[in-house]
Every structure is written in C-alpha cells, then in structure tokens.
Design a protein around this ligand. Structure first.
Ligand SMILES: O=c1ccn([C@@H]2O[C@H](COP(=O)(O)O)[C@@H](O)[C@H]2O)c(=O)[nH]1
Length: 237
C-alpha cells in the first residue's frame, strides 16, 4: 500500500481532430492529463497537438527510437514548438540515446519553463513472454523491464513506461523518485484488446503508479466522462 496519489491520463487515440476535441472537452474535469501519440500526431500534425493541449497537461507519446544523434535532433526540433510535460523514447535505443535525449531536452528548456520529463518505454504492455521470445529475448518481461529500467534511469531518464506488474520490483530497484507511468490498465469488465500485461486502476494505484494511462476503456465508453470519473474514484480506494 502506498500514500502516493496516482493520476489519470486519457489516451486520445484518433486521427479525427473533431473527435479528439470532443473527447478532450468532455474529459476536461475528469482526467489529470491527456496523451497524444502516433495516431493523433501523424493524422492531425504537430500544430494540432499544440492546439489541443493548450489547456491540458500533455503527455506526448511518440516513442522515439533511432540513433542517438537523430533522436536528440528530433527532440530539439519538437521542442521548438511544444512543451509537453512528459515525452517518450524507447529504452531499447540504449544509454547513449537516452543521455543525448536528456541533454537535448535540457538545452531546449529555458530557465522560466518546466523541463519536460523524459520517460523510457521498457517493454510494451502488449508484449508477453511469447512475444519477447519471438523477438529473441529469453528473459521474462519482469527481468527485462528491470534491466532496461535501471539502465534508462542511470542514463538520465526521469521515469519509465512499464506495466503495473513490474511496479513493485521497480520501486525496490529504483526507489520512489523514478516516475512510473503505467498503461495496460483495464477496469473490471473491460476487454484487454491487444494488451497483455494488464491490471485494474485500483491494483496499479496500490502498487505505486505515479500515472496510469487509459485509452479505449474511456474513449469507447458510452459516456467517456463517466468512465473516467469511475476510474478516478477507483484510484482513491
Ligand atoms: O507499453 C505501452 C506504451 C504505451 N502504450 C499506449 O497507452 C495507450 C493505451 O491505450 P488503451 O486503449 O488503454 O490500451 C495507447 O495509446 C498506447 O499507445 C501502451 O499501451 N503500452
């Protein structure tokens, strides 16, 4: 049990700007932040990201993964126009890519701004033991997340994207300061869709998530705001 207060991020996964606006406005008072990722950014563009996040805390989830120079340059270009609160690179890009990302972010943050927090995506929540084996990794998801998590934090990441199954072991390994941002969340009664390492909002909060990320259980609900409020209520249990 933890005294940490777990916050809710709604994943706004659509390429339709009008749909995105409707969701963001309906969810304004019931979530703590929005997440815009590949679907919205590729479909609507970076100007739309800026526009949609004007009055919202923004998690920009582009999961950059390339050689260190390209990722660092990409981040500098991105941060010319945007200042998300959280952003992602893939831990599998390695320590130099993470170090260079952190440097790029620091370089682009003026003294009056809050620095965007750099999150390293460990093992996608859609992967299980079988999928890891299929890409040539014999370790368990837990061992692999812990190894990547330690490396990423040492290289300068502020936090990690992981599943709720790894939170307790990550807290033991990394302490309380690493930000743990947790997708793969399904309230009871929701289907898992393509997610494999899943827990409920209450379980993730009890394990010590800083943020949970929830997409389809909110956006596909008949009343997205009500679904988000129910998840928030579960976080207080
Ligand atoms: O390991 C990861 C990393 C990111 N995500 C993203 O979170 C949301 C989850 O959406 P649901 O509809 O709640 O499944 C989605 O935008 C993913 O890109 C993740 O699921 N797992």
């Amino acid at each position: 049990m933890t005294s940490r207060s777990t916050k809710l991020i709604a994943a706004i996964d659509t390429a339709d700007i009008n749909q995105a606006r409707k969701w963001v406005s309906a969810l304004e008072d019931s979530v703590d932040a929005i997440k815009l990722g590949l679907e919205f950014t590729y479909g609507c563009g970076l100007e739309a990201v800026k526009d949609l996040s004007q009055n919202q805390r923004l998690f920009l989830d582009l999961k950059l993964h390339d050689i260190p120079n390209t990722v660092a340059s990409g981040l500098r270009s991105l941060l010319n126009n945007l200042s998300p609160e959280l952003l992602t690179v893939h831990a599998l890009g390695g320590p130099e890519m993470i170090e260079r990302s952190r440097e790029a972010i620091e370089q682009k943050t003026s003294t009056s701004q809050t620095r965007p927090k750099l999150l390293a995506v460990t093992i996608l929540t859609s992967m299980n033991q079988q999928t890891l084996n299929a890409v040539g990794i014999a370790d368990t998801p837990l061992d692999q997340v812990i190894r990547l998590g330690k490396m990423a934090i040492k290289a300068g990441a502020d936090g990690l994207v992981c599943s709720a199954h790894e939170i307790t072991a990550l807290r033991d390994a990394l302490g309380e300061n690493a930000l743990l941002v947790v997708p793969g969340i399904r309230p009871k009664g929701n289907q898992a869709d393509d997610q494999q390492r899943v827990m409920t909002p209450a379980q993730a909060a009890q394990a010590g998530a800083d943020w949970i990320v929830v997409g389809r259980p909110i956006t596909k609900a008949a009343d997205p705001a009500q679904a988000a409020r129910a998840i928030k209520a579960e976080l207080q249990l």
